[in-house]
Design a protein around this ligand. Structure first.
Ligand code: NAD
Length: 280
């Protein structure tokens, strides 16, 4: 029985990540920004990575600080090994260690398949897939060096890979992007299998359509939004915070026995909505 006079604690009030240090790549906009803010609200100190726009990273830091959290902004292109190494060094110098990596940075360079240039292919694979590899590798080194600190977390470290429903749903006109996300799925599982004995958890979040700059065309006009609803059984677009809250929980010890999993946060987009009428 529940006592209706007892207020339920809000997730962020639980401070599930108190004392933990997090790095969020691509943290200056969209889903990454929401993850950085949600992790900070749950008690983590957060390094907010930005690729080029320092002021956007700084804005997220100010939002976190205004809410009583601790954060700093750090520039790095995740596809460049030297820049990733330097970002990890600076974050570990500032925080002492890293407990959580949100491997979020990503991009699209769309084209009809036969018109897709090698540059468009390479750029998307370099940022979305190789970037996650480089950051995950550096995070694992630090997690293994430090090991489990029981007062902080049951695990030596947590990696959350931002994948997509397109790790399973093919996407015409976006072959480079869908391939990068399919690659993230197998990379995430293989790393998880390899480092689980070190008490390191590696999982993916697979967002459906979330209202961010990356897919503005899909939601910015009423016509586009209506058409998008054909793909979403839950009949609303996702908001960045829908992902942020899941990331904070997945990084916490509440999710300690989840390893090598893909969590679809998509309003049912991956439920084959084309079959929803039962016709045929
Ligand atoms: P976004 O464009 O707002 O965010 C992408 C972020 O990645 C930006 O902050 C950008 O600066 C950063 N970035 C790009 N290249 C980078 C680089 N080389 N180095 C460092 N940072 C870089 O879009 P978003 O929707 O917030 O995307 C975040 C992640 O979520 C991406 O991996 C994307 O594939 C994934 N995703 C988004 C959706 C969606 O509907 N919005 C759905 C599924 C998956």
């Amino acid at each position: 029985m529940t006592d209706s006079n007892v207020p339920m604690p809000k997730c962020e009030d639980l401070k599930l990540l108190q004392g933990q240090k997090a790095l969020v790549t691509g943290g200056s906009s969209g889903i990454g920004k929401a993850c950085a803010i949600a992790l900070a609200a749950a008690g983590a100190d957060v390094a907010v990575n930005y690729a080029h726009h320092e002021e956007a990273g700084q804005e997220v830091v100010e939002t976190i600080k205004a809410a009583g959290g601790n954060a700093f902004a750090i520039g790095a292109d995740v596809s460049q090994e030297e820049q990733v190494l330097s970002m990890f060094k600076q974050t570990i110098d500032a925080f002492g260690t890293i407990d959580i990596l949100v491997n979020n940075a990503g991009m699209q360079r769309d084209a009809k398949f036969e018109e897709m240039t090698l540059q468009q292919w390479n750029q998307v694979i370099s940022v979305n897939l190789t970037g996650q590899f480089l950051c995950a590798r550096e995070a694992v080194k630090e997690f293994k060096r430090r090991g489990v600190v029981e007062e902080v977390s049951c695990a030596a470290g947590k990696i959350i890979c931002m994948s997509s429903v397109h790790q399973v749903i093919p996407w015409a006109g976006h072959v480079n992007y869908a391939t990068s996300k399919g690659g993230i799925n197998m990379m995430m599982k293989s790393i998880a299998q390899e480092v689980a004995p070190d008490r390191i958890r590696v999982n993916s979040i697979c967002p459906g359509a979330i209202r961010t700059p990356i897919n503005r065309k899909a939601w910015e006009t009423p016509e586009a939004y209506d058409s998008l609803m054909n793909l979403i059984p839950y009949k609303r677009i996702g908001e960045p915070d829908d992902i942020g809250r899941v990331a904070a929980w997945l990084a916490s010890d509440q999710a300690d026995y989840i390893n090598g999993a893909s969590i679809f946060v998509d309003g049912g987009m991956s439920l084959y909505p084309g079959f929803s009428t039962g016709d045929g």
